[in-house]
Design a protein around this ligand. Sequence first.
Ligand SMILES: NC(=O)C1=CN([C@@H]2O[C@H](COP(=O)(O)OP(=O)(O)OC[C@H]3O[C@@H](n4cnc5c(N)ncnc54)[C@H](O)[C@@H]3O)[C@@H](O)[C@H]2O)C=CC1
Ligand SMILES: CC(=O)[C@](C)(O)C(=O)O
Ligand SMILES: [Mg+2]
Ligand SMILES: [Mg+2]
Length: 328
Amino acid sequence: MKIYYEDDIEMDVIADKKIAVIGYGSQGRAQARNMADSGLNVIVGVRSGGNSWNMAKEDGMNVMTIEDASREADIVHILIPDEIQATVYEQSIEPYLTEGNTISFSHGYNIHYGYIKAPNGVNVTMIAPKGPGAMVRRTYLEGFGIPGLVAVEVDATGDALDIALAMGKACGFARAGILETTFKEETETDLFGEQTVLCGGVTELIKTAFETLVEAGYQPELAYFETCHELKLIVDLIYEKGFTGMWKNVSNTAEFGGLTRRSRIITQETKKEMEKILEEIQKGEFAKEWTLENKAGRPMLKRMRELEVGLKIEKVGSKLRKLCGLEK
Ligand SMILES: NC(=O)C1=CN([C@@H]2O[C@H](COP(=O)(O)OP(=O)(O)OC[C@H]3O[C@@H](n4cnc5c(N)ncnc54)[C@H](O)[C@@H]3O)[C@@H](O)[C@H]2O)C=CC1
Ligand SMILES: CC(=O)[C@](C)(O)C(=O)O
Ligand SMILES: [Mg+2]
Ligand SMILES: [Mg+2]
């Protein structure tokens, strides 16, 4: 395991390079601004006249079409949604690549599953934050950063790793540490983490606990505060102090109850299901399912989004977040 920090990384390898950030969404806006604020020559490549174009202009970025940015740049950092990267790459990026260029990602998905293949002579690298775009920007401005992952799939120029690390340092990731990995390991662990814990698992856990209390007749507002709102405060303790530190900060009652009951909630059955989900990721079955969903116009995702918005916890939560000023 190799972790790189600020002092391990030289910036001169990209000091005179043009870096095109393709996409100006969660990661694109954050990483483009961080790299520009770190003194790099950043171009934002987005669709002409769209919301991202206008936002990037308002942020004072050097904005071009994806084609022009890809033609102009030495490094093309692709930060558009995973499910459309292959199409946009084929139509608007690959035709403009030249020998010695680098294509760079913040998720290994399209390279790992073979949806994007780089031409000979082009580096393929990844510099990926382990956190959402908003936190990439916020922590950078606070003088710290989000931990990052770095990987090199193709090193055509002999300095692909140095290039990726310098980009990560410019984004602030080296302040927290950049861990060396592979496209395969990043892709499989990122998909697994977001499906079973970070996004999927945690919302199902909260939703189920909230519904259990409400169906038992408790006030929905109290159920929301107990099972959702307070979770951030507990996770912040784990983030800062680990399990042991968190247990030290809650009551002995909570500690005894939590330690004796948690394995009745996340059971051996749960572990078996996690192993099955990981296998689906490793075999490419999830990627195939996501590709088919997009080809069909995302019917399942649209339906699930409608159901999510209609959840009781969303209605109760929105009311309470507005009352305390968290939500506009
Ligand atoms: N969202 C996150 O916090 C994280 C995302 N990533 C990775 O970063 C990459 C970018 O993800 P996000 O920033 O979440 O994407 P996003 O969904 O926020 O990107 C939206 C942006 O992509 C562009 N875009 C959207 N549709 C387009 C189209 N059809 N043609 C051309 N441009 C289009 C627009 O500029 C738009 O603002 C992905 O590979 C993702 O897996 C990695 C770590 C965390
Ligand atoms: C924020 C992040 O790291 C995720 C959950 O992997 C993602 O947005 O894809
Ligand atoms: Mg992730
Ligand atoms: Mg992800």
